[in-house]
Ligand binder design. Structure first.
Ligand SMILES: Nc1ncnc2c1ncn2[C@@H]1O[C@H](COP(=O)(O)OP(=O)(O)OP(=O)(O)O)[C@@H](O)[C@H]1O
Length: 255
């Protein structure tokens, strides 16, 4: 589904990603961990198509198509969803209207007619129940005045409505209380299927107890320096990152 090869990216001339290789298949959940400043959010930003990032080398294919060649809107319509650490607020646009537009844009991209109002409302209700999402938040302006946790829950609700093939979650767990963490994780687990995939960026092993990943990768200094299964996350929780840094320093210097 997602094939990242030797990805290098820079911001304002500073190299940040320095050769990322990652292969994500349908049905898989990959967790990306790593110390502060290692490039995790930058990777999510490059996959989202944020303008500040210049890809200087490498390729990213999504279902065999060149993802880097697509505008951020086309990426979303193709089925890539990004849940960000700091979700945006859009005053004046109600959550429901935003979702209706987004759902219909995706349908139009795939040659389908817009959803009938009744079918859309039925879907809204069904997903709201599934994701334990507060109905009051749906009529408010998108994310405006939402608490941090409400924004994250809203992000996951959007994800449920848009049914992406690939969801990239950048520190969705940061700032969540224990109940919200459980709801968000349960939501992701309910959405998991053999047809979709998740890339979850997190600092905390705690999240991975709820959403059990198939693979865990450690990003350090712009590269994936270690990959393993969920046990790797436990090892990191126990030992921190210093043991890995020491290992890496013994290898060739990262440029
Ligand atoms: N606009 C920018 N200009 C200059 N440097 C930047 C810019 N954006 C990111 N960086 C740098 O790129 C590096 C990677 O940042 P990034 O946010 O991707 O790390 P991260 O692994 O997500 O960190 P954290 O765990 O702290 O969220 C950092 O050193 C950061 O300062």
């Amino acid at each position: 589904m997602l094939n990242i090869k030797n990805l290098h990216a820079a911001v304002e001339g500073n190299a940040i990603l320095k050769g990322i290789n990652l292969n994500v298949k349908a049905g898989e959940v990959h967790a990306i961990m790593g110390p502060n400043g290692s490039g995790k959010s930058s990777l999510a930003s490059v996959l989202a198509g944020r303008e500040a990032y210049e890809v200087t080398e490498g390729s990213v294919e999504f279902e065999g198509k060149d993802l880097l060649d697509m505008s951020p809107e086309v990426r979303a319509r193709e089925g890539v969803f990004l849940a960000f650490q700091y979700p945006v607020e859009i005053p004046g646009v109600s959550n429901i209207n935003f979702l209706k537009t987004a759902v219909n844009e995706i349908r139009a991209h795939h040659g389908q007619p817009p959803m009938q109002a009744k079918a859309f409302l039925d879907m809204l209700k069904q997903k709201q129940k599934l994701m334990e999402f507060d109905a009051n938040l749906m009529n408010r302006s998108l994310n405006e005045g939402f608490s941090g946790g409400e924004k994250k829950r809203n992000d996951i609700f959007q994800m449920a409505m848009l049914e992406p093939k690939l969801a990239i979650m950048d520190e969705t767990d940061s700032g969540l209380d224990i109940d919200a963490l459980r709801v968000v994780s349960a939501g992701v687990n309910k959405l998991r299927s053999k047809d979709n995939a998740f890339v979850i960026i997190t600092h905390y092993q705690r999240l991975l107890e709820y959403i059990v990943p198939d693979y865990v990768h450690v990003l350090y200094n712009g590269r994936i320096v270690k990959s393993g299964t969920k046990e790797l996350a436990l090892e990191l929780e126990e030992k921190g990152y210093d043991w890995l840094k020491a290992d890496i320093r013994l290898e060739e210097p990262v440029q």
